[in-house]
Write a protein that binds this ligand. Sequence first.
Ligand code: FMN
Length: 416
Amino acid sequence: MQLTPDFLTSPRRIVVGVSAGIAAYKITYLVRALIKAGHQVKVVPTEASLEFVGKTTWQALSGHPVATSVFDGAAGVEHVEIAREAELIVIAPATADVLARLATGQANDLLTTTVLASSCPVVVVPAMHTAMYENAATQGNLKTLQDRGIIIMEPAVGDLSSGDHGKGRLPEPEEIFTFLHQLGETATPKQDLAGVKVFITAGGTHEAIDPVRFIGNHSTGRFGVEIAKQLQERGAKVTLLSANINENLLPASIEIIATPSANEMYQAVMELAPQYQIGVFAAAVADFRPETQAEMKVKKTGGEEETLTLKLVKNPDILASAVRRFPHLTTIGFAAETGNPTQVASYGREKAIRKQADLLALNQVGQGIGFGNVDTMLSILDKTGETLTSFSGSKPVIAKELSALIAATYQSKNHS
Ligand SMILES: Cc1cc2nc3c(=O)[nH]c(=O)nc-3n(C[C@H](O)[C@H](O)[C@H](O)COP(=O)(O)O)c2cc1C
């Protein structure tokens, strides 16, 4: 079963999996809304979730018998039957535990067995305490599921049942309903970059001091990777110039060129740009590098010196050079600035005017802001320093919106 843009405009057979999150009660409203919209709904709760909402409720709401164990309907091999019939499986709330079980391919209840036996699209809506959601184990499981094609609806930020505030809240039933009804559109983004060659720089450069030490920065490359994936989804042929990005983050489907230092990145960009139509400059490139690299590890001399002086020389400005030398290229620069919002806006304006890229994406970074797996906010400026729009949310969500804007900018530059 493929997701088409009008996927849920016709009545579908939907399996709603409910695991043992405190917000399970909200799913009663979702089940009602789906049935009201004409869909046939079978609810498959986990055994533990019955502590929150009982079988009777699900049976009465859905009009179907409800089971939690593969042994409940053994005569009809129920899990295979449900999986065969299902055109969409939605698991909400998806607990940390159920995500872990799905990620490791376990089949220890009717819900996980049904997912394993199915071939239809699967959506999970994680909901849990922020600390559980942000735990590396949960994030790793979500990544595994995403890589396997499972669709993840991000949890909301808000008040949690524990009294805390943060990310992990189950979105409201209406929001889940809308998300499901827009699935077809989001699963098949417009192919408005079909065949267009795009390179994207990402990560943070390392400028060698000696064979073992370098000057670097905190950039992980995560955002650049997300943008690369989104551009590829729109049909672009993407090459990622990776400055020291952790291998686990690099998607197998994207061509990667390793460009660990500013000079290597500069050379690669100058070589690629003539054959490419779009250049995205998301890497954090060092402005300066040590003038010389020691051939051997720099040692303490044993003398009285309390300081070591490194002479730094300016690196080439990759974005400004590309804009100047390759006017055919649609260029998107990034500026990560520190300071208060007014200072950041003013640095960004100045940079947009100086660099003359078609778009400049400006964000505030600093202690705990901007780097890694965190929500972020981007303002998009044009060449005159005017703010065109701004995006906020998780990096994958912003990457999607930004890639649509990049495609539109490319189209207007080339067809106006
Ligand atoms: C009051 C209460 C609320 C809970 N809420 C959540 C939750 O929102 N998300 C979650 O991942 N686990 C939550 N848990 C823990 C799960 O219920 C527990 O991990 C359970 O084993 C999950 O089972 P299941 O994944 O088979 O449904 C909660 C537990 C209790 C007692």
